[in-house]
Design a binder for this molecule. Structure first.
Ligand code: SAM
Length: 318
């Protein structure tokens, strides 16, 4: 994978930064994490199976393998639980992740600038489900950055099963670690803003990485404006520990404008449903999902009494 990454970067706008990206990634992977041996053994096992071509057959990123050993593949992939993002299909095996990523993709894919031949960044890519979709949409390179190591190993496990993988890569980096160069035509930040203590800084960092007129696709949790300009959760939100701010769409518009984005468009507002976020056997022993995060007597509220999850997608240009 690394050779292909270097080759693809060298021919793209990332030629000036890829060496630094690789150096920083190597440091991130060198940490002392007791699970790495287990994750690497899963990938070694997967290497023994036939590879297959990849395409998008909604809802699945589909790998056409003619493997008869579906059970063995499942066993190896289960060493990498929880599978939050997906879904994927490998031969006959349906890896039904907690989230139906296709539903988010459907909401935005026809409303963003075409990704064909573009240099694309997917910030907080998780295991790369959307990064693959960006590459399959024709991006010259789609780079996912994801600090959580397990999700990097999940990406590698899927990558191992693909013949001639598209130009999608995931590296264990935080947005803050990216070289401050304007090299991306499109930057996605989906499900990341509400995890940031400093939302304006996050938006500024995204802007720094965009070429002039490049596009930001921003997806984040919001509140209806009847609840005010923003809610700062006192403690958890929908049982998540690290949600710092729930703004209204007007507030996000103001933030994007303040940071200097233009052509700000609100594409979509959607309530998160149990169809989109569900507990499956791929998320391991802690099988709680959206149903368990909502007030059992009022699905308009979370268990903490805050407005139930509502998500918005914006596009804007630098
Ligand atoms: C809720 S998930 C969203 C995953 C995917 N983008 C999606 O839309 O489904 C947020 C991800 O962002 C990652 N993340 C959080 N802070 C980040 C940062 N500063 N830079 C890059 N990724 C970050 C987390 O590790 C997590 O995997």
């Amino acid at each position: 994978m690394i050779n292909n990454f270097i080759k693809t970067c060298a021919q793209s706008k990332l030629s000036s930064i890829y060496e630094e990206l690789l150096d920083t990634s190597k440091q991130a992977l060198a940490v002392n994490n007791g699970n790495i041996a287990k994750w690497e053994s899963a990938i070694d096992e997967l290497k023994k199976h036939n590879k297959g071509g990849v395409n998008y057959q909604p809802p699945y990123i589909n790998i056409n393998t003619s493997n008869s050993d579906t059970k063995l593949i499942q066993q190896s992939l289960k060493k990498l639980t929880p599978w939050r993002k997906g879904p994927y299909q490998i031969g006959d095996l349906q890896l039904d992740s907690e989230w139906r990523g296709d539903m988010k993709w459907d909401r935005l894919k026809n409303h963003i600038q075409p990704l064909k031949e573009k240099t694309v960044l997917d910030v907080g890519s998780g295991n790369g489900y959307f990064t693959y979709l960006m590459a399959l949409s024709g991006a010259q390179i789609a780079l996912g950055i994801e600090p959580f190591l397990l999700f990097n190993y999940q990406f590698m496990s899927i990558h191992t099963l693909i013949n001639n993988p598209p130009n999608a890569f995931v590296l264990p980096l935080k947005l803050e670690q990216m070289p401050k160069e304007a090299v991306f035509d499109t930057v996605f930040s989906m499900g990341v803003l509400y995890h940031q203590k400093d939302h304006l800084l996050h938006l500024q960092q995204l802007k720094t990485l965009l070429v002039d007129d490049g596009e930001l696709v921003l997806e984040t949790l919001i509140i209806d404006k009847k609840h005010g300009k923003q809610i700062i959760p006192k403690d958890r939100y929908a049982r998540m520990r690290n949600v710092w701010c729930l703004p209204s769409t007007d507030t996000i518009h103001t933030w994007l404008k303040k940071v200097g984005f233009k052509n700000i468009k609100l594409l979509d507002i959607t309530k998160t449903t149990p169809q989109e976020q569900r507990a499956t056997h791929w998320i391991g022993n802690n099988t709680q999902s959206i149903k368990d995060f909502l007030d059992p007597n009022n699905d308009k509220l979370t268990v903490e009494g805050l407005p139930a999850p509502l998500r918005a997608i914006f596009t804007c240009q630098k």
